[in-house]
Design a protein around this ligand. Structure first.
Ligand code: A2P
Length: 277
């Protein structure tokens, strides 16, 4: 699993599983979890300015001793930054906190500020996108993308600039596969990254999943993560426990087509909650 890669639409290679850090508190917890993740083999770390833990993640990256070019680091422009100038400013803040001079993947965190879910920010997103394209052309970012974007949000960026995102990171797990945006992205070579691939833990006690996990002699978490891979999406599991961090990498098995169909039918959690990261 560790050396398997997806290729993004600009040719950049990305490790097929990433260590998610959303909701990992800044300080020792984020530091130790990230350091352990790198020690046990993760080479792809996903963070964001608004997670507040970039500083701790950056220190772990630095202390890991793994050369920077062997790591793939994703971070995100805050949801509330919807203009050209501030995009450069916040990008620099992330670079400083992460103690690096480039970012592998930089994402617009959401199409609207979380405090104003649903607001039309098309113009602001286009401004931010133009700044990100400049940073990409300058080599400061290896690939650019979006998160929590719907079809019309992506279309707005592409119509204005002609530049497709390499990635759309969305809330994705068994029972919440968001077919409209997922099919659109996959048809246009935009990689879907799955955040909350375990539904932030909600799936772990489901009896039907336990039954399928037993059949494969795997854990429910491993079934959930393998499901994402079978769907050609990139899971970003988060954990603060060493044994879980390493177990979440043990995905070297296949789920049969029949079982995938059963998993597809199992849950329709697709909540009315707004997309949230
Ligand atoms: P913890 O951080 O205490 O290990 P998601 O990736 O969908 O956001 O889910 C994260 C949640 O799932 C966290 O509560 C995390 O708890 C828990 N978790 C992550 N990996 C595992 C695992 N392998 N087994 C059980 N719980 C897990």
């Amino acid at each position: 699993m560790l050396d398997e890669l997806y290729e993004l639409n600009n040719g950049v290679k990305i490790p097929k599983i990433g260590f998610g850090t959303w909701q990992i508190p800044a300080g020792d917890t984020a530091y130790q979890s990230t350091l352990y993740a790198i020690k046990c083999g993760y080479r792809h770390i996903d963070t964001a300015y608004v997670y507040g833990n970039e500083e701790s993640v950056g220190k772990a990256i630095q202390d890991s001793g793994v050369p920077r070019e062997e790591l793939f680091i994703t971070t995100k422009l805050p949801d509330y930054v919807k203009n050209y100038e501030d995009t450069f400013l916040y990008f620099e803040k992330s670079l400083t906190a992460l103690k690096t001079d480039y970012i592998d993947l930089y994402l617009i965190h959401a199409p609207w500020p979380w405090k104003e879910v649903g607001k039309d920010c098309t113009e602001g997103n286009i401004e931010a996108w133009k700044a990100m394209i400049e940073l990409y052309k300058a080599g400061k970012i290896k690939a650019i993308g979006v998160s929590n974007f719907h079809v019309k949000d992506i279309q707005g960026l592409v119509d204005a600039t002609g530049v497709w995102p390499a990635v759309n990171q969305i809330r994705y797990f068994i029972g919440n596969t968001q077919p409209e945006i997922t099919n659109f992205c996959q048809a246009h070579q935009v990689l879907i990254e799955a955040y909350s691939p375990l539904a932030t833990g909600e799936l772990l006690e489901k009896e039907e999943l336990k039954r399928i996990a037993n059949k494969y002699q795997k854990t429910v978490a491993q079934i959930c993560l393998r499901y994402c891979l079978e769907k050609n999406t990139l899971p970003l599991p988060k954990s603060t426990h060493a044994e879980r961090i390493s177990a979440n990498l043990d995905l070297n098995f296949k789920i049969t087509e029949e079982d995938m169909m059963q998993l597809d039918d199992l849950y329709h959690i697709a909540s009315t909650r707004p997309l949230r990261d």
